[in-house]
Each structure stands twice: as C-alpha cells, then as structure tokens.
Design a protein around this ligand. Structure first.
Ligand code: HEM
Length: 197
C-alpha cells in the first residue's frame, strides 16, 4: 500500500470502526471465540493448534502446508495490496458518497438502505479481491436483475470507483486489477449473456 493510502486508511479506520463494524461482523459470522473446524485450504479437519490470526480473526488449518498456502495467498492478494479491511471499507464509503451525488445513477439507490448496501459491497469486493472471507450474498445477476441497468449505468459506477481509488492514491497497476474484476461481473450486472462483448 502506498504511504498515502496507509495514512488515509488509518484516518478512515476510525470512521470504519464506528460506521461499518457490522460488515466485519457480518463477514466473520462466527463468534470471536470460535474457530473453524474445517481447514479453509485443504477441506480436511482443522487442527486448532495450527492457526493464523489475520485482521483479528483466527483461522485453523489441517497442517503446516495449508497454513503456508493461506499466508502466501493473503500476501499476494489484491485485497492485501489495497490495504485490507480498513482500506477497502474506507474506499467503499467514499465510493458511495460519489455514487449518491451522481445524477446519472443516484436514482437507483433512492430506496436502498445504504448502510446495508455498503456492508454488502465491502464483503463482495473483499472476497473478489482475494480477501479471507468468501462471499455468501446474492449472485450478481440475481442482485441486479430487477434494476434493468444499462451500459451507461455500469460505466458511471465504474468511473466512480476508479475516481475513488485515484483519490486514495492507489497505484494504477492495482486500479487496473480492480477494473478487471468489475468488468468480470459486468454481463451479470447488466443481465446479458455470459459471453456478451
Ligand atoms: C462492478 C459492478 C457492480 C458490483 C460489483 C455490484 C455489487 C453489488 C452487491 C454486492 C450488491 C448487494 C447484493 C446482495 O444484496 O447480496 C448490489 C446490490 C445493488 N446494486 Fe450493485 N454492483 C455493481 C453494479 C451496479 C450498478 C451499475 C448499479 C446501478 C447504477 C448498481 C446498483 C445496485 C443496487 C440499487 C443494489 C441493491 C439492490 C437491492 O437491494 O434490491 N450496482 N450490488
């Protein structure tokens, strides 16, 4: 993470902690004292003595090899490079400030509970960026099908996301990776055939 993003995310961590704690809780699901019994890497029974604490949550693994694989995946993830939970939370909050001020698309969010929406977007993007918690919410096609969104709607959302990341001084190389992930769900969001260009 760039020093600027680190600074911004530290400042925003306070905001994130006060406003978005629900997301972290929602994402982690299990109470803090409980740890997983199935290894998230191998699918075998987890050994409660082989653990990693990542962003305050403890993960148990079947063996040392699985633990190493988990650590490598965390370090190499776009999630981690962007600054993890605190940075992504701050980016999504700033992104929705832009979206709600954007006359091209704000009407889509008029009746939406934005606190919930923010938490879901944080959870979705975190998982898509390789974060430690899988997305368990709606499939993107189902989530957007009733909205009848257009190419212009999608482009406006993508533009707001890129501008937000630029405000946070995220490196272009990482912004490109975020855009690629956004593009990978475009046909679902717009309810087009999977292979539509
Ligand atoms: C990269 C593109 C997009 C991503 C990753 C994305 C992600 C999401 C996610 C994770 C949810 C919550 C799903 C759930 O409830 O489990 C959601 C809902 C929603 N999205 Fe998107 N979205 C995208 C594009 C758009 C666009 C272009 C618009 C409109 C301009 C939009 C408007 C909405 C609205 C209004 C909801 C709430 C639907 C409801 O609660 O009934 N999204 N989106």
């Amino acid at each position: 993470m760039t020093p600027t993003l680190l600074r911004l995310s530290t400042v925003c961590l306070a905001i994130a902690l006060s406003g978005s704690i629900g997301w972290a809780e929602e994402a982690a699901k299990a109470p803090a004292a409980e740890i997983n019994t199935v290894c998230p890497i191998s699918g075998k029974p987890a050994d409660p003595k082989v653990t990693v604490v990542y962003e305050g949550k403890t993960y148990a693994f079947a063996d040392e090899a699985s633990r190493t694989k988990f650590n490598e995946a965390r370090e190499n993830s776009l999630y981690h490079k962007l600054g993890g939970q605190a940075a992504i939370s701050a980016v999504v909050d700033a992104f929705y400030v832009k979206v709600l001020a954007d006359v091209r698309i704000k009407h889509h969010f008029a009746d939406i509970n934005m606190a919930k929406q923010g938490n879901r977007q944080k959870a979705f993007l975190s998982a898509a960026f390789g974060g430690p918690v899988a997305w368990t919410g709606k499939d993107m096609r189902k989530a957007h099908i009733d909205l009848k969104l257009t190419e212009a709607d999608f482009n406006a959302v993508a533009e707001n996301l890129v501008k937000t990341l630029q405000d946070f001084k995220v490196k272009q190389e990482l912004i490109d990776q975020v855009v690629a992930i956004a593009m990978s769900v475009k046909n679902d969001v717009l309810n087009k055939p999977k292979d539509a260009k």
